[in-house]
Design a protein around this ligand. Structure first.
Ligand code: 5RP
Length: 226
């Protein structure tokens, strides 16, 4: 296992310790949450833990089902006790960029209704200012691509239509994603409201004031940001 992978595993497994019996648990998406889901699956299968998971993507739904975790929907469980999710950037105020895995829309809905949101990542995701390492994913209505792209490029350096395997990437919700490059995002709240005011923008990857705790796996062990 590579160093980066070990750090993800460290953070992912640590987060599972915050899950208590009987909880409704939001299950994020990505390669770090993978380790949390595997750990939770082990605890469920050994009978130590009884939880209902609310998945944030089709990939997470599949993985959690394979691990024997019982799943529910927001219709059945409109309030979530704890969500564990990854991030592409984490700043010192626990503001985040998310969505490089393409699941930002469902992840943000789940974060909104979660009493507690724990973010897990390897230490390379920690930043002083958002937008300095990762692009900002913006999910848009496919119909609106030609109209929205130039509007986004008034706000960022470049908005690049995400592709996968040579084809336009389509989210679980049937939408496209434009990855917006910035030097840095100095005023994330202002940017978020400007993005939300563009017709055709479905959601953006700024997660502001949604996380309560970040667990980072580093070469020196775990680093906790509160
Ligand atoms: C998916 C996300 C992921 O949480 C984020 O991309 C981090 O993923 P990983 O743990 O694989 O680095 O926001 O939409």
């Amino acid at each position: 296992m590579s160093n980066a992978e070990e750090m993800k595993k460290l953070a992912g497994e640590k987060a599972a310790e915050y899950v208590e019996d009987g909880m409704i648990v939001g299950l994020g998406t990505g390669s770090t949450v993978y380790y949390t889901i595997i750990k939770l699956g082990e605890l469920v299968q050994s009978g130590e833990l009884n939880i209902i998971g609310i998945p944030t993507s089709i990939a997470t739904e599949k993985l959690a089902t394979e691990q024997g975790i019982m799943l529910g929907t927001l219709e059945d469980y409109p309030e979530i006790d704890l969500t564990i999710d990854g991030a592409d950037e984490v700043d010192h105020n626990l503001n985040l960029i998310k969505g490089m895995g393409g699941a930002l829309l469902r992840e943000k809905v789940v974060a909104m209704v979660s009493k507690r949101e724990i973010i897990i990542a390897d230490g390379s995701k920690e930043v002083k200012m958002l937008g300095t390492k990762s692009a900002l994913p913006v999910e848009i209505l496919p119909f609106a691509l030609a109209a929205v792209k130039p509007k986004l490029e008034e706000l960022c350096i470049e908005a690049i239509l995400r592709e996968r395997d040579g084809k336009t990437f389509v989210s679980d919700n049937g939408n496209y994603i434009l990855d917006c490059k910035f030097d840095a995002i100095a005023e994330p709240e202002e940017l978020e409201s400007r993005l939300n005011n563009i017709p055709g923008v479905v959601e953006n990857g700024l997660f502001l004031d949604l996380a309560n705790l970040a667990i980072l796996g580093t070469t020196d062990g775990l680093k906790i940001l509160k």
